[in-house]
Design a protein around this ligand. Sequence first.
Ligand code: SAM
Length: 280
Amino acid sequence: MSTIDNLPPLRQVINTHELQARKSLGQNFLLDLNLTAKIARQAGDLTECDVLEIGPGPGGLTRGLLAEGARRVLAIEKDRRCMPALAEIAAAYPDRLQVIEGDALEVDPLAHLTPPIRVAANLPYNIGTELLVRWLTPTDWPPFWQSLTLMFQREVAERIVAQPGSKAYGRLALLAQWRADAKIVLNLPPEAFTPPPKISSAVVHLTALPEPRFPADAAILSRTVAAAFNQRRKMLRAALKGTAPDIEDRLIAAGLKPTDRAEQVPLEGFCALAREIAKP
Ligand code: SAM
């Protein structure tokens, strides 16, 4: 039986279980356990937490999370080929790793987790943004998670932390920053992965705020931001024409200029506008 001390190196795990990376599953593996431990440390103190990991693959980050003291890890992995490698890790950390074979977009992990919960993952790029948006838009706030520590393509990471006035600023930044603190905590070059992807990556750490930074109705804010950025080159009065017949008056009441463009409006301005649009 495997113990922590004799778990094989990840390259060997990949060879033994024939885990040649598949592009269709977004597989770019992290094989350096020092690096996966470093990513796990970015997730904060895990000793009192259950950790949800999406896409453990051969288990590099999983091993990092467990070695850093996670109380329990629930890992959801779509690729059946990874199950034996993950079972070896589960055997080395009795009662601390549960693996579900399935699609993270379909499995509801909450039945298997006890709060407090943190999320940590080297996400498959094809579903990363979709999962993030889901985690940021639950029906109730605060959400089930205390923090999210997630690997993204660097360009996506920059969109999450972007500030007004930059090209990267848009819906994702506003969604993330309305109810969470978001920062890039680690940059990784393509060579950190096997096989190396074409682009650089970055780890983003998001901490859930107890309450939204500024009051607003979530659905109205989301609709307003989407409309404003769908036509980001247009002035707000034109881009938001469809949202209310007297949109110019409402923009002014919110302290915004009807001639501004979405890219210039800070989060506080969008929240003020959502409150004005909510008025009868
Ligand atoms: N965590 C591992 C690491 O850091 O080496 C693997 C990361 S790799 C970028 C993404 C992983 O997500 C792969 O193992 C892939 O099989 C898995 N995956 C892809 N789509 C998935 C889905 N819909 N649900 C769950 N896992 C998925």
